[in-house]
Design a protein. Structure first.
Length: 72
């Protein structure tokens, strides 16, 4: 019996610890610290933030720094 690459192997002993499951979109295991998974998630949040800045600038007709009150 072989397991699929996205599934952790079946445990033969009852009560044995299981391996963490992988992400839904990659084979990376969600982990704390400097991992490829964490960097990918941080990059995605950065892209959403950058897109939000572009939308604010387009809707307000002003630069983000001026809109946020950081420059006069």
């Amino acid at each position: 019996m072989s397991s699929s690459p996205n599934q952790p192997p079946a445990s033969s002993a009852p009560g044995a610890s299981t391996t963490p499951t992988t992400s839904a979109t990659t084979n990376d295991v969600p982990d704390f610290g400097w991992s490829a998974y964490a960097e990918r998630v941080n990059g995605r949040f950065a892209m959403v933030g950058f897109a939000a800045v572009l939308v604010i600038e387009a809707l307000s007709g002003d630069s983000f720094l001026h809109w946020a009150g950081l420059v006069p």
